[in-house]
Design a protein around this ligand. Sequence first.
Ligand code: SF4
Ligand code: SF4
Length: 398
Amino acid sequence: MIADLEEIKGVTLETIYETSEGKLILTCIQCGTCVGTCPHGEYMKYPPRRIIEMLLHGLADKVSDTDSMLKCVNCYACMAKCPRGIHLTEVLLQLIKEQTILKLPTLPAELQKALENSYRYGNPMGESGRKRANWVATSKYPVRILSQNPGPVDVLWFVESYPAYYPRGQDTCRAIAKIFNRLEIDFAILGNEERSAGECGLLAWETGLAEALIDYNISILGKYTFNKIVTSDPHALDAFNYRYRMYGFKKPVYHIIPFLMPYYDKLKSMLTRPLNYSVTYHDSCCLGRHNGFFDEPRALLNAIPGIKLVEMFHHRINSICCGGGGGGMWLDTYFKSQNMERLSDIRIREAIATGADILAVGCPYEIPRFEDALKVAGYENKMVVKDIVELLSESMED
Ligand code: SF4
Ligand code: SF4
């Protein structure tokens, strides 16, 4: 399912046909499956099928003259369903995005600010880099910071920006610190030395920004001795596994949910506090559709005593995007100006329809998006959004 990263490094729309990916694009049968599965397809002048049609007629420039790719939230739905296996989200759409962004006279203000903040402060919120590890002081469980204690460590926990700064994200950090300590995992964080992995820049295809963040993080990571990276952010997972590799980064990188699976028996024996909730799980696009982790989140939820798991109508590979990927986190105002309904609002209605008490998630973007969507739906007191790690921690005695 994954494109050949070495081959596509540095590829452009002009040189793409020299690659196996370009040859794959030529096999497009114009079936329109990609358009039908795209959650924003109806709002794009040029959805994926039309992009390929234009490309084949030498008219790619016309596509990047429109905002079609600004509306792509990198949900991988088109790519997952393409009968030819064309790596739309990973390759072609990114190239069009890159050109679109270069041509737009101005970017939507929110996105522009997030990209500027990422460049200047190392996080899209514009928070001070010196406060990145402040949450550690609020953790009941010890968290080693490598700059203060730089010896070798097994797991380098890449915290990422939303968990590090956003209050609900910090709840997930405290939960992870508890789980790691209880499982006796040898772990440490970069602390204030960490900067955003750069995925938002990459998938909004601000290549220069992405490269600056990649270079910086690779040089900081190079100072320390560790065996693997674990992150709770599927976007960071993708950045490391699909982009940092192009720049020579070689260490294994795991999302925390699959990472915990080898500890399943030990973890389950610690989940002694029953949580008598009905829970529905939202498959994150990066974790599920892109990386195939559908069973692992459900296995961990089912390990918690008392939890009853109910599925939404669209789940697993058919899950509906929360709208936060590919720069979508910072495009809600722009989408609204285009009379587009937020995907998080659509998705939350499916979650509410299950009658569940809890919407479980595995991506830090999803907590703020769905909490806000619950407010919009008037359901803020009837359903709660929680990361899976929060539920695991809640079921674990201190
Ligand atoms: S789903 Fe694949 S084969 Fe069908 S139109 Fe889209 S890109 Fe072409
Ligand atoms: S990645 Fe998702 S949003 Fe982007 S074009 Fe494909 S289906 Fe549409």
